[in-house]
Write a protein that binds this ligand. Structure first.
Ligand code: HEC
Length: 146
């Protein structure tokens, strides 16, 4: 009898700490920060990138910062580009996971961002676009130093 009440006490404590963690996670979660689960097609991604060309270019800054050098770059760190405070303080490094998260709904992911774009809700389109951005980053257009 003694053992079982001691056991249930332990279980309650474990449950409480688990519940606490779960709560802390939901409080900060915008869209889930996970890498695309499907394979991206860079050719389709290039077509999707035309939506970004309204404001971005690969090799130079426009309304939005250049995308060359994006992978592994800290968010808000292109020298001379006038980022929002929200982007500069986001503390994100761009990779497939963070891009998949941000591009789903930029203004929800980083409230206060100056990127006035609703986002790409389709996960396959995001996977294609991210694959294109990755290949472009490693490709000839980004090889010349700006
Ligand atoms: C309406 C203009 C506009 C469109 C369209 C747009 N962007 Fe942006 N983007 C911006 C601006 C402005 C910023 C800087 C945001 C800030 O400082 O908060 C930005 C920032 C970014 C960043 C962060 C870069 C860094 O150096 O930290 C990424 C990544 C990005 N955009 C990707 C995209 C992609 C991919 C698309 C196409 C799906 C896209 N953007 C469409 C204007 C735009």
């Amino acid at each position: 009898m003694k053992t079982s009440s001691w056991m249930s006490c332990l279980c309650v404590a474990a449950f409480c700490s688990l519940a606490g963690t779960a709560q802390a996670e939901t409080a900060t979660a915008a869209p889930a920060m996970t890498a695309p689960t499907m394979t991206g097609d860079a050719t389709r991604g290039k077509q999707i990138y035309s939506r970004c060309l309204a404001c971005h270019a690969l090799a130079y800054d426009r309304t939005g910062p250049r995308h060359c050098g994006l992978f592994g770059r800290k968010a808000g760190s292109v020298k001379g580009f006038d980022y929002s405070e929200a982007m500069k303080k986001s503390n994100i490094v761009w990779n497939a996971k963070t891009l998949n998260w941000f591009l789903t709904s930029p203004m929800t992911a980083i409230p206060g961002t100056a990127m006035g774009y609703a986002g790409i809700p389709d996960p396959q389109e995001r996977a294609d676009l991210i694959e294109y951005l990755k290949q472009a980053d490693a490709g000839p257009e980004c090889a010349k130093k700006p």
